[in-house]
Design a protein around this ligand. Structure first.
Ligand code: THG
Length: 262
């Protein structure tokens, strides 16, 4: 599983404050802790409260790059904010994200090609988030078709079925898991799949337990990547154990110690 640390997000109060005050040390500590805990890449999101995300995003990119050369996942719904992050980056890049909306695709696919970035495609249309598997597959196919049209390599596309909180969309969980599996048959070579894991437990009790249960199940459905909290040790151990059961890691008695990336 490709692990993307989710903690550099202005939605967290201390991160939002550090962005506003241009306090590099808080951001750099958060970046390093996530790398040490096993992150393969770091999500960077200015947060909903940012008043000047076009300035905040490049500052975050530069600040994180000073301490790690891990790939950066530029997380914004605004293409101008992503463009500002791309221009400041020297690390490898993943654009998070386009939707299936033509206006976004026509801006973000050329940018992904220009910067040799990977791209996350959310199965969202102008009508919003799909309510079932069929709509998710339809939007996924539209994003894959757009990638072909722009000659963007499908191996560099991560499709996201949009994980909803289990306490409000319980009846959709099975459709979300099935989508992870069925996105793979849209094209050859297949696209990759990704989820924002913590969405599943927003507003619920026992968040960590719900997160790790969903992650283990999604791994069994073939999930390639997840945006998650890498400091959640039980979550990381559950993931390593899932990969062991899926024959992606070789068993030994000390497998947890062996595969923790610390
Ligand atoms: N798909 C993609 N990108 C994404 C998401 C996705 N990026 C953002 C988000 N979803 C993934 N990141 C988070 C980060 C934090 C939380 C959820 C998802 C979270 N935060 C606490 C909360 O809301 O309760 C904040 C607690 C606090 O303020 O301290 O749960 O789905 N491609």
């Amino acid at each position: 599983m490709f692990i993307i640390g989710e903690l550099i997000n202005g939605m967290y109060e201390h991160i939002g404050k550090a962005i506003k005050e241009r306090d590099k040390s808080v951001i750099q500590k958060c970046a390093l802790e996530q790398v040490w805990a096993g992150s393969d890449a770091l999500d960077i999101n200015c947060g909903p409260a940012s008043k000047k995300p076009i300035e905040d995003m490049p500052w975050l990119v530069e600040t994180v790059q000073e301490v790690t050369d891990k790939p950066l996942v530029l997380d914004s719904s605004k293409p101008q904010v992503i463009a500002a992050g791309l221009a400041a980056a020297k690390n490898k890049l993943i654009i998070n994200s386009t939707t299936a909306e033509q206006g976004k695709i026509d801006v973000l696919l050329p940018l992904a090609k220009q910067y040799d970035a990977k791209l996350i495609g959310l199965t969202i249309s102008a009508k919003g988030i799909p309510q079932n598997k069929e709509q998710r597959l339809e939007l996924a196919a539209a994003i894959v078709a757009a990638c072909s049209e722009y000659e963007f390599p499908i191996e560099n596309l991560y499709l996201d079925p949009i994980v909803l909180p289990v306490n409000v969309a319980q009846a959709q969980m099975k459709d979300i898991l099935d989508s992870i599996n069925e996105f793979k048959i849209i094209s050859e070579p297949p696209p990759k799949t990704i989820v924002g894991l913590s969405n599943v437990s927003q507003g619920a009790c026992s968040r960590s337990l719900i997160n790790r249960t969903f992650l283990v199940m999604a791994a069994a459905y073939g999930l390639d990547a997840a945006i998650l909290d890498p400091l959640d040790k039980e979550l990381m151990d559950a993931l390593i154990s899932a990969e062991l059961v899926l024959n992606k890691q070789i068993y030994c008695d000390s497998y947890l110690e062996a595969y923790r990336k610390k």
